[in-house]
Design a protein around this ligand. Structure first.
Ligand SMILES: Cc1ncc(COP(=O)(O)O)c(C=O)c1O
Length: 420
């Protein structure tokens, strides 16, 4: 879907948030990541209305720049981080530690120490073996670290296998059915002199466009809460139910998600007060406001007769088609009369570097711009230097004013990493 404030000028040229896309492309070069800032803040507001700002932790893995952190902070959101790098980046840019939720299958001891010293909101334990590590660090640092336990809800989600993080075969979380989760809870409760065991986390997967998987996941968590209560008397203060809300036209709204969670949990949680329900949206908030702009640099005909448009970036700045088979909507600017069916290839030396196959676009010429929609999530954050192609800059646009958020990296940046 295009950003909310995307439009076509009467002369057929694309306009984003009051600024001509061609002007932005000239000013900042291409490839270029553009974000419609008002769309993004409105999407934050929709989520906040459903869950309350203090219960929304933006998934930093989807997109993480200083400007986004500033907008998130202004809206009162939290942040979910999955690595020491994301943690340090957010802290260094002044994001409040107490609003950070720290995930990760691997949390180096140095990251756990930082989390304890800085006072992060929650550390999420992902594996039984992590309990002892978190407890040791909490004791050494003399900080009662607030802990959530990530459960593996064993819910099969109909999404790309790489995005089904709550499925039975997933490496994430601690399984419930075989007793591992209960055993881990006992260890956490036994360590309550050192840590504060606050509740549970789950994340069933990503790009989910029906309520069922969220409901099944929440119901599994609710049943587990009841089991733990009857076995140990422990009642959670917090249930962090992860992210994953899709962005198709059929995807439920955040308010429907919140209601579905409450309904799914109501039966099993009748023994105590409803815990604080948290959510960790990534794609829902940052994907639709973001577009990637390329120049069309060549057109050619393949041996089988198909027409290729070649653009000046590709899988290094937009890895999702190659990684997940994503098929983003695209448009050519300026819009001319007439249409054609083309394949759009990136510039990388890799046959998998295809932006879209067999897609209908308005008649394109070399020098035109290609706009790829819905690239605000998992593109800049997953960008690489493959083929030594620079990572494009990020520019936020609002009311016709462009605000650069990151610059394009360059040869000097790479050479600085060389050890000679
Ligand atoms: C733990 C966790 N929370 C939140 C998210 C965000 O998911 P999405 O961008 O689909 O909302 C992810 C993504 O994989 C995740 O692993």
């Amino acid at each position: 879907m295009p950003p909310r404030y995307f439009s076509w000028d009467p002369d057929g040229r694309a306009n984003l948030a009051g600024a001509p896309v061609s002007g932005l492309a000239s000013a900042f070069g291409t490839p270029l990541y553009l974000y419609d800032e008002a769309d993004l803040t409105e999407r934050i507001a929709t989520y906040v209305q459903a869950f309350g700002a203090e219960n929304v932790a933006l998934a930093g893995k989807a997109f993480l720049t200083g400007r986004l952190l500033q907008l998130a902070q202004e809206a009162g959101l939290g942040l979910d981080v999955v690595s020491e790098g994301e943690l340090e980046f957010a802290l260094r840019l002044g994001f409040p530690a107490e609003r950070i939720i720290m995930h990760g299958l691997y949390k180096p001891l140095s990251a756990l120490r930082t989390a304890a010293r800085q006072g992060v909101g929650f550390v999420v334990v992902e594996s039984p073996g992590e309990v002892a590590e978190v407890v040791d660090v909490a004791r050494q640092e003399k900080v009662k670290v607030p802990v959530l336990l990530r459960l593996a809800p064993a819910v099969d989600v109909h999404t790309h296998p790489s995005l089904a993080t709550g499925a039975p075969a997933s490496q994430f979380g601690v399984p419930i059915a075989d007793g591992q989760a209960l055993e881990t809870v006992r260890r956490l409760i036994a360590a309550e002199d050192a840590i504060a065991f606050k509740g549970y986390h789950m994340h069933v997967g990503s790009q989910i466009s029906t309520l069922d998987p969220f409901v099944s996941g929440a119901a599994a968590v609710g049943d587990f809460v009841r089991t733990v209560f009857s076995e140990t008397g422990h009642w959670p203060e917090v249930l962090d139910l992860g992210g994953g809300l899709g962005i198709t036209s059929e995807s439920p709204a955040p308010s429907a998600l919140r209601e579905a969670y409450e309904v799914a949990l109501a039966g099993s949680l009748s023994n105590g007060p409803m815990p604080r329900l948290m959510s960790e949206p990534g794609r829902f908030i940052v994907s639709p406001p973001g577009v990637t702009i390329y120049h069309i640099v060549q057109r050619k005909t393949a041996a089988d007769g198909r027409t290729y448009l070649i653009v000046d970036g590709g899988m290094s700045d937009g890895p999702r088609p190659a990684l997940y088979g994503a098929k983003p909507d695209v448009a050519v600017s300026p819009r001319r009369d007439g249409e054609e069916i083309v394949d759009i290839a990136g510039m990388h030396c890799e046959s998998g570097d295809i932006v879209r196959r067999d897609v209908t676009v308005t008649r394109a010429e070399v020098g035109d711009l290609l706009i790829v929609f819905d690239t605000g999530a998992y593109n800049h954050s997953m960008a690489s230097h493959y083929n030594r192609v620079p990572v494009p800059p990020v520019v936020f646009v609002k009311d016709g004013v462009a605000r650069p958020a990151t610059r394009r990296d360059n040869l000097s940046d790479w050479l600085r990493l060389e050890v000679r």
